[in-house]
Design a protein around this ligand. Structure first.
Ligand code: LLP
Length: 424
């Protein structure tokens, strides 16, 4: 059986392996639901980014919202990456994992004063500012700290990334960034404010993008602005082109990262901007295909119109299907020599939206294990405790080794911080 886009997940003698470990063994050792990530696959996904940018000033800032486990961050920090963060919490994770604050870009449209202050103390490399009011507040916070905040404005290039509306961010109607026609004005203001130091410009047009053209359109729009801004005497050092490259979940065919970057650089060079430092913020494409969610089949249930395969993972563990109607491949950990039936794969949560896959042909029995593929991005990082479910455990795999990188959450820990008022 061919598993699209999952070179590190393959069947050997009917057993699905991640690297050199049978998933069945991981489940026996660590229990289910279980997230398992291949370190090799993460580094293999990073390599084409590094190759394509070699020889030019650049920084790859892993967008850690995709998967923020400390061991994942350590993997990328050790490989030389910086991080794209969107909260004070993410900054603390970077520091705890041994990441370098000087390689951190701080994105997000609702930074609080406290988050700004902490990021200034830590010495982040750049604040990606998303509005004019945010500029004013950042300048004030920086002055109160006796320092200047390095800033880049996130501009909204108004291009269609041709992806799901919930993960498209570069259109006029989106809440992100500074409108293209306000950007020049905002840069002038930034240059005036003594608490700020303008260092770059950035954009991010969406996520799970499977075509190159939206990136090239965005580059053109951003470079138009760069030229307008510099003609006013301002200097911009870096160009941050965000993240967003898609992966293969089932039959999507996104461009390879190195091919895409080559085209982007070609466009940048052709317009005479080849001297600029390039910053990228890939998330999904570095970790998505490196991870699986392992789950046990609890019951097979025949409904009037449908068959259900009830598993022990649920929408709280993996929100993407419920939230975006995302289709993710679901395959058995052990192949059975039996005719498949069609099931909706559903979790135990009391919501009709709690499904992981619809109308899937599976040859399974209760007690079998299923793997949801491409679950390394926006899986665990979006998990919740709905229905008072403790979150899954996570393991990192490298070759034939596996390390527990996050304990399974004890449901009692969920209410450890709750307090009863005095008895009445
Ligand atoms: N930079 C910024 C400013 C972003 O907002 C994002 C993602 C990224 C970089 C990384 O994008 P990526 O390379 O991962 O596509 N939860 C959704 C995806 C939301 C993406 C939000 N922003 C999903 O599961 O599909």
């Amino acid at each position: 059986m061919k598993l699209p886009g999952h070179p590190d997940v393959a069947y050997r003698d009917g057993q699905l392996h991640l690297d050199d470990l049978p998933l069945r063994e991981l489940a026996a050792r660590f229990g289910t639901p279980l997230y398992a990530y291949s370190r090799r696959a993460m580094l293999a996904a990073l390599a084409p980014y590094q190759r394509a940018l070699a020889g030019r000033e650049h920084l790859i800032c892993y967008a850690m919202k995709a998967n923020s486990n400390l061991a994942v961050l350590q993997t990328f920090a050790q490989a030389g990456c910086g991080f794209d963060i969107v909260s004070g919490g993410e900054l603390e994770r970077v520091l705890a994992a041994g990441g370098d604050a000087r390689k951190v870009v701080f994105s997000g449209l609702g930074k609080t004063r406290a988050e700004m202050a902490r990021a200034l103390e830590a010495g982040v490399r750049c604040f990606n500012v998303e509005s004019e009011p945010e500029l004013e507040v950042l300048a004030e916070v920086a002055r109160a700290h006796g320092t200047r905040a390095p800033v880049s404005l996130r501009v909204n290039p108004d291009v269609d990334a041709k992806t799901h509306p919930y993960i498209s961010t570069g259109l006029k109607g989106n809440k992100f960034g500074v409108a293209h026609d306000r950007a020049l004005h905002a840069y002038r203001r930034a240059a005036e404010l003594p608490g700020l130091e303008v260092v770059g410009i950035d954009c991010h047009i969406g996520s799970q993008i499977t075509e190159s053209d939206p990136y090239l359109d965005a580059i053109d729009r951003v470079l138009d602005l760069v030229e307008a801004i510099e003609s006013q005497g301002l200097r911009l050092h870096h160009l941050d082109l965000g993240g967003g490259l898609g992966i293969t979940y089932t039959d999507e065919a996104p461009p390879a990262a190195d091919a895409l970057i080559a085209r982007m650089l070609e466009r940048i060079d052709a317009r005479g901007h080849g001297h600029r430092e390039i910053v990228l913020e890939p998330g999904r494409s570095l970790v998505g295909n490196a991870g699986v969610l392992l789950t046990e089949v609890l019951y097979l249930k025949s409904g009037e119109a449908k068959n259900f395969c009830v598993v022990d993972a649920a929408m709280n563990d993996l929100m993407r299907p419920a939230m975006y109607e995302a289709t993710m491949a679901i395959v058995p950990a052990t192949l059975r020599d039996a005719a498949p039936s069609t099931y909706d794969v559903v979790g135990p949560i009391c919501e009709s939206g709690d499904w992981l896959g619809r109308d899937r042909a599976l040859a399974v029995q209760a007690g079998d294990l299923l793997a949801v593929l491409s679950a390394g991005a926006y899986g665990m990082s979006m998990a919740s405790n709905y229905n008072s479910r403790g979150r899954a455990a996570e393991v990192l795999v490298d070759g034939d080794q596996a390390w527990l990188i996050r304990d399974r959450e004890d449901p009692r820990a969920l209410f450890a911080g709750e307090h009863l008022p005095p008895a009445r």
